[in-house]
Structures are given as structure tokens and as C-alpha cells.
Design a protein around this ligand. Structure first.
Ligand code: TYM
Length: 327
């Protein structure tokens, strides 16, 4: 069975972009792949965090993984910091990553171009840690939203570089990026990606938002004055984003969604989008509230840690031996 691996960084509550671009696909793949998903908590400290908050987000993220349908008996669900081998391989891979490659990473370039100062070395080298997350488990496929594609490409380059230099050490993974929903946009500024780190959260729907607030965010989403429900990202980014959200949740094509709402006024169209989002949130939150009453989260992490570590420690041993670090 092919191995699928992915992770989410718990720097805030998980949002609809994480769900549509990543999480719901992890769930779908459970039937056909050996699914491995983790919480990338080491990645959160590339920027300063409040330890209590980060712990709550992490706990909620595991609860949400389960509430969205990941099955702890079929998938391996674990915490990145529980498998120390990730960080160890991360350093080894950082030693094989060129400075120029890290300079070209969009997230780093964006921050730099906005004049960010005091960026940490951890943030700069984070793509090497992400590569380690993937390579230490020999993943075949990495389902991600399209903002992570560049990181998976660097991962492939690193795997190939290591294999050329030392003989076959790693599987070369492939990104899995969906055609619809790989980049859900902010509801208030549909030219920007929906993101947990936004200043204002009016444009971001969190999976644990109250349904009242989620409905309000959709109803006040930015649109345009063209008065036609049409998928045209350039001229109608807000409407196109709402069509994408609807199509992804209702599991229909963009064309079918467009045809369905062709004669709708914007208010009625938004109401239909809000209805599917609210139904989704009600379902997820109902399950989440049951899960947090039980010990399932700690049981999930304990069994996930054992399985993930068993694989990662063998892989790290092989890498260490190959590089002459430890024989
Ligand atoms: P993170 O936490 O930013 O996002 C988690 C996943 O959600 C996707 N995503 C989106 N998809 C569609 N629309 C959006 N607005 C949107 N926002 C986020 C992301 O593409 C991602 O798939 N570096 C990673 C975490 C990570 C990882 C890994 C992922 C660490 N190691 C190894 C895969 C494999 C990150 O910060 O994702």
C-alpha cells in the first residue's frame, strides 16, 4: 500500500482552507493509502508563541482530525515533537540544503520583501525540517494545498541529492494537489489566501467558529458589482472563491455549481453557501464535542507515536550509518 503523509501547523485554530485544501483529503485517502498525519508543532516556534495557546491549538487540532473522520485505527496520527527523529534528520537535511534554495522560498521571500526584521534561523531553515518530516517516513504522496507545493519540490530535490551522493536513502515523494480548493481565499480580501495568522478573522472561517459567526462571515464576504454568479478569478475573485467553497463542500464541479446559481442574486447565493458551510461545521463540532469528553486524543497520540517512531528510528539509523555519524 502506498504511503501518504501530511501535516498541519497548529499556530491557530484550523480553518476552512485547511479543511478543504488538506484535511478532508487525508480522510478520503484512508481507503486507498497507508495514511500518516501529524501535527507540525515544532514548526510553530519558528515565530514566538504563547505556550498555553499553542498547547490548546494542538489539542484541538487532533480533536478536529478525528472529528473530520480520520480513524485512529486505520491512520497513524502523531505529534511531530513526539518523534525526535524528525528534528534530527531536519538538521542533517539543512546541512544538505543550499542557502540559495532557502532564499528562493516564497514564504521567506514574502516576509523579507515586506521588510520583516529579526526572522529566526529556524524560520529560514524550516523547509529542510519539512523535508525531513516527509523523507523520514518514505512517503509516496504528500497531499497539500498549493502554498506548500514549493516545499514538496524542495523535498524531492533533497531526496534526489542525498540518493545521488550516498546511494538510495529516501523515497522521492510526489505532491498531491487538488484541482478545486487547493487555495481558498480570504473572504474579505479574496486576492489573499485564507490564513490562521491574519490580523482580523472576518475573512477566515474556523472549524470551531460558532455557526452564527460563520454565517455572518459568509454573508458579509466581499463580492463585486457585476451581479452575475460566474467563476472568473481575475474579475470576480470573491464570487469565484464562494463558488469554490460551495463546490468543495457539496462535492460538485465548479461548472455544476455555476449552473445551479446562474440566476441567483448575490444575497441568495451567499445564503446557499452559508447553509452548506454551517451544516459542515455543525457535523464536525458535534463530533468534536463528543471526542473531547473522552480519552481518545491521548490514546490516538500514544499509538501514533509508537508506530511513527518505529519507522523513523530505523530510517535515521540508516542515514546516520551512511553518513558516518554513528556506526
Ligand atoms: P499549514 O499549517 O499552513 O497548512 C496545512 C495544510 O492546509 C493547506 N492550506 C490551505 N489549503 C487551501 N486553502 C488555504 N487557504 C489553505 N491554507 C492552508 C496547506 O497547503 C497545508 O496542506 N509547512 C506546513 C505543515 C507541514 C507539512 C509537513 C505538510 C510541516 N511538515 C510535511 C506536509 C508534509 C504548513 O505550514 O501548513
Amino acid at each position: 500500500m502506498k504511503k501518504m503523509l501530511s501535516g498541519i501547523k497548529p499556530t491557530g485554530e484550523l480553518h476552512l482552507g485547511n479543511y478543504i485544501g488538506a484535511l478532508r483529503n487525508f480522510v478520503k485517502y484512508q481507503d486507498d493509502y497507508d495514511v500518516n498525519v501529524f501535527i507540525a508543532n515544532l514548526h510553530t516556534i519558528t515565530f514566538p508563541q504563547d505556550p498555553e495557546e499553542i498547547n490548546k491549538y494542538l489539542h484541538d487540532a487532533i480533536g478536529l482530525y478525528l472529528a473530520c473522520g480520520l480513524d485512529k485505527d486505520r491512520a497513524t496520527i502523531f505529534l511531530q515533537s513526539d518523534v525526535l527523529e524528525h528534528a534530527n534528520l531536519g538538521f542533517i537535511l539543512a546541512c544538505h540544503t543550499y542557502e540559495g534554495e532557502l532564499d528562493r522560498m516564497t514564504q521567506y521571500k514574502d516576509r523579507k520583501s515586506k521588510g520583516a526584521e529579526g526572522l529566526s534561523a529556524g524560520f529560514y531553515t524550516y523547509p529542510s525540517l519539512m523535508a525531513a518530516d516527509i523523507l523520514i517516513h518514505d512517503a509516496d504522496f504528500v497531499p497539500v494545498g498549493d502554498d506548500q507545493k514549493q516545499h514538496v519540490e524542495l523535498t524531492r530535490d533533497l531526496a534526489q541529492r542525498m540518493n545521488n551522493r550516498y546511494g538510495k536513502l529516501f523515497n522521492v515523494p510526489e505532491p498531491l494537489i487538488q484541482k478545486v480548493g487547493a487555495r481558498i481565499m480570504d473572504l474579505q480580501d479574496p486576492t489573499r489566501k485564507m490564513s490562521k495568522s491574519d490580523q482580523s478573522d472576518k475573512g477566515c472561517i474556523y472549524l470551531l467558529d460558532s455557526v452564527k459567526s460563520a454565517r455572518k462571515k459568509i454573508m458579509s464576504a466581499q463580492t463585486d458589482s457585476l451581479a452575475q454568479v460566474k467563476y472568473d478569478v481575475e474579475n470576480q475573485p470573491g464570487i469565484s472563491n464562494l463558488l469554490t467553497i460551495y463546490a468543495s463542500i457539496a462535492d460538485v464541479s465548479i461548472e455544476d455549481a455555476e449552473a445551479k446559481f446562474k440566476d441567483y442574486r448575490y444575497g441568495d447565493f451567499k445564503k446557499a453557501v452559508a447553509d452548506v458551510v454551517v451544516a459542515l461545521l455543525e457535523d464536525i463540532q458535534g463530533k468534536f464535542n463528543d471526542i473531547v469528553q473522552t480519552d481518545i486524543i491521548s490514546e490516538t497520540l500514544a499509538s501514533g507515536k509508537a508506530k511513527a517512531q518505529a519507522y523513523a528510528s530505523k530510517k535515521l539509523k540508516l542515514v546516520n550509518e551512511t553518513l558516518g555519524i554513528h556506526i
